[in-house]
Every structure is written in C-alpha cells, then in structure tokens.
Design a protein around this ligand. Structure first.
Ligand code: 2AM
Length: 177
C-alpha cells in the first residue's frame, strides 16, 4: 500500500527586520518601486531551503543552533536590479564579514544534513518589488542602517492572495568581542 507523502513546509533562513527597520524598508520600497511587495514580506534571505520534511526541518534547526557568528550592522545603500528575474532589490555596497561568516557556517551545517547549497554566489539583498521591467541600479544611497542581532527560519505559505511569510524560530547572534 502507498504511504501518504510526508507533510512538507517551504522554508528559508532569513534576516527578519524589527518593526522600525521594516518601516524604513517599506519607505524605500515605496520610493523605488511602483508595485512594492507587501510590507510584512520584507526580509533578507540567507539560504533558501525549499520544501522540507519534518526530519529535514529538525536537522536544519539543529544546524542553525550550532552557528557561532557575531552580530553586525548592515548599511543598505545600494539599489540593484536583475533584468532577467525582473527584481528590484536593496543591498549593500559592502557585505559585512560577519554576514558572510553566518551564511558560510549555516551552509556548512546544512550540508551535514544532506542539503546542497546553491552554486551561485551569495548576494545579500532585500527584494523590494517583482516583475519590474527596468530595474534601477544606483549606488551611494543614504544608508538605511539595519542592526542585525539574530536570524530566523521562515515558512513561505501560499495563500489565495499571494504568499505570506511566517517566522517559525529565531537564533541570537553573539555579541561582538
Ligand atoms: P528573492 O527575493 O531574490 O526572490 C522566499 O521565497 C525567499 O527565498 C525570497 O526572498 C527569494 O529570493 C528566496 N529564494 C531564493 N531562491 C529561491 C528559489 N529557488 N525559489 C523561491 N525563492 C527563492
């Protein structure tokens, strides 16, 4: 007899802004895009995991708990675009080493769970809008400062009106020495 497919969740690790940073991201989103994504969806993806079984989620959560990376501050001062994927995004002209370290450590732990990380280089960005015909590229914006002291496991929930993101768990980053 066929076993039913295990219940899966579509998951990703992300930096999740607090209300103050979210409002400032939303303002940037309104400034730079005609059809901004919903304010509550603004985030920075660290690793996209895709559809996960409960066992995978448990292993990925344990990998996240083992990460020893430090807090950092992101200066979002670069407006970027991807013509092919038609995304308008906000990023940083300099990626903090602590952010690279966080993604490196997390990816290493995930690999031990059998997860295959993306081959593409990590490009830290907050997507502001999608389906943009001519994304704007602009450096040297007045920096939106985002102090980052934790990271999150987030579920992408498909709903009739679009997608909703639900934070499932958070892990604190270490205080810098
Ligand atoms: P994006 O904003 O650049 O599209 C939730 O879907 C988040 O995971 C989005 O921020 C999305 O990045 C990111 N992501 C990365 N790889 C993805 C993939 N293969 N499919 C869907 N989302 C992906």
């Amino acid at each position: 007899m066929n076993q039913p497919a295990p219940e899966t969740q579509r998951l990703f690790f992300a930096l999740w802004p607090d209300d103050e940073v979210r409002q400032r991201l939303a303002a940037a989103s309104r400034q730079w895009s005609r059809h901004p994504i919903p304010e509550n969806n603004l985030h920075m993806t660290l690793v996209f995991l895709g559809d996960c079984t409960p066992e995978q989620r448990a292993c990925y959560g344990a990998a996240a708990a083992a990460v020893a990376a430090e807090r950092f501050t992101l200066a979002l001062n670069f407006l970027g675009g991807r013509a092919r994927s038609r995304i308008q995004w906000l990023g940083s002209s300099e990626t903090p080493e602590a952010l690279r370290c966080l993604v490196r450590e997390l990816s290493r732990g995930l690999q031990e769970c059998g997860f295959e990380p993306e081959k593409r280089r990590f490009l830290p960005h907050v997507t502001l809008s999608r389906k943009v015909k001519n994304p704007v590229v602009k450096a040297g914006l007045e920096g939106l400062v985002w102090p980052v002291d934790d990271f999150a496991l987030v579920e992408s929930v498909r709903e009739p009106g679009g997608v909703r993101y639900q934070v499932l768990e958070r892990w604190a980053l270490r205080q810098g020495g």
